[in-house]
Design a binder for this molecule. Structure first.
Ligand SMILES: NC(=O)C1=CN([C@@H]2O[C@H](COP(=O)(O)OP(=O)(O)OC[C@H]3O[C@@H](n4cnc5c(N)ncnc54)[C@H](OP(=O)(O)O)[C@@H]3O)[C@@H](O)[C@H]2O)C=CC1
Ligand SMILES: Nc1nc(=O)c2c([nH]1)NC[C@@H]1CN(c3ccc(C(=O)N[C@@H](CCC(=O)O)C(=O)O)cc3)C=[N+]21
Length: 287
């Protein structure tokens, strides 16, 4: 029998994180009579996005947050969406604003993100927050990268000095997770579609973070034995099941620890969104 990696249980870690946030929300309510508010804006009817938004709404409500989904039609203009964001920026009861991506093609995503009050940007995508992160002075940190780091910290005794390879360089995942690994004193390599000899690069890593969007791309023999593997990829397979960017069956025989898909990074992303909403609440009106 080949060695089996330890499975990193993101579902359990996320439930624990949410329970702690729930206790804090209850304490705030009791002490101040205030309820942190998370507002998610969904434009159009992408079925995957609809599922995520419903899940965010349900989990936020479960821990006692005020959670509001703003569902706008696919024909919403950029000006209308900017007006919606301006209204949420101006509303003191709104602590967190998340605009679900991707947006319809006629809307310029950058202009929308730029319009969100950085203090309410619970996705951590505004240039102010991205810039703070790049400078090592964190504002609001993107949820998925935050979730990856929490899973790594619960898995490894120390990250300092470890070789980390991030596959993917998106603004939402790859870049910010690389910044956080650097802050944790890893030696960080960021690989992408132009990287040569990707398998060899990945084989050097003590920590692999896969954020590509290509099902089962990273094979078992690409991994250093004992490596810790964080699989961010969420890919819908023809049979309807979800698969990560890592070939889990192969990787589990080589890795020391690995996140499953589903049940790994995904649930942590939503828990970290709730955590960021609480962070934004404290910074804005928790004093
Ligand atoms: N679990 C969660 O909570 C979340 C999961 N996801 C999932 O994570 C995955 C990545 O998402 P996201 O970062 O937004 O995706 P993007 O499509 O924005 O970025 C993908 C990155 O992968 C790189 N890439 C593409 N093909 C290859 C290749 N053959 N070899 C090496 N690198 C490659 C691209 O390189 P280049 O820059 O050169 O084009 C790019 O940097 C998706 O499956 C997505 O669904 C996303 C957000 C949250
Ligand atoms: N502005 C913005 N911010 C995001 O953070 C954002 C976004 N837009 N657009 C889409 C991606 C994707 N994303 C996921 C969140 C949770 C799960 C999740 O909970 N997944 C479960 C499975 C869910 C299922 O079964 O379908 C799991 O992995 O166990 C997945 C994916 C956030 N994203």
């Amino acid at each position: 029998m080949p060695a089996q990696a330890r499975i990193i249980d993101g579902k359990a870690a996320a439930a624990e994180l949410r329970a702690g946030i729930g206790r804090e929300v209850a304490a705030i309510k009791a002490a101040k009579g205030l309820v942190p508010g998370l507002h998610v804006v969904l434009v159009g009817d992408d079925p995957a996005s609809r599922v995520y938004v419903a899940s965010k709404e349900k989990l936020a409500a479960e821990i006692g947050m005020n959670s509001v989904a703003h569902r706008l039609p696919a024909e919403t203009t950029e000006a209308e969406l900017l007006a919606k964001i301006a209204a949420l920026n101006a509303d003191d009861a709104v602590d967190g604003i998340l605009v679900q991506l991707p947006l319809p093609k006629h809307i310029d995503t950058g202009r929308i993100i730029d319009a969100i009050d950085p203090a309410k940007d619970v996705d951590g995508l505004h240039p102010i927050n991205a810039g703070l992160l790049a400078g090592g002075k964190n504002g609001l940190v993107p949820c998925t990268p935050l979730g990856c780091m929490l899973l790594l910290k619960q898995t490894l005794p120390s990250l300092s000095g470890l070789d980390a390879v991030v596959v993917g360089r998106s603004e939402l995942v790859g870049r910010p997770v690389a910044q956080l690994l650097l802050q944790a004193d890893c030696t960080v390599t960021i690989a992408h579609s132009r990287t040569r000899n990707l398998a060899e690069v990945v084989r050097r890593a003590d920590i692999v973070v896969a954020a590509v969007g290509r099902p089962l791309m990273i094979k078992g023999d690409w991994l250093k034995p004992g490596a810790t593997v964080i699989d961010v990829g969420i890919n819908r397979m023809p049979d309807g099941k979800l698969a990560g960017d890592v070939d889990f069956a192969e990787a589990a025989t080589v890795a020391g620890a690995i996140t499953p898909v589903p049940g790994g990074v995904g649930p942590m992303t939503i828990a970290c969104l709730l955590r960021n909403t609480l962070t934004a609440f404290h910074a804005r009106r928790g004093k």
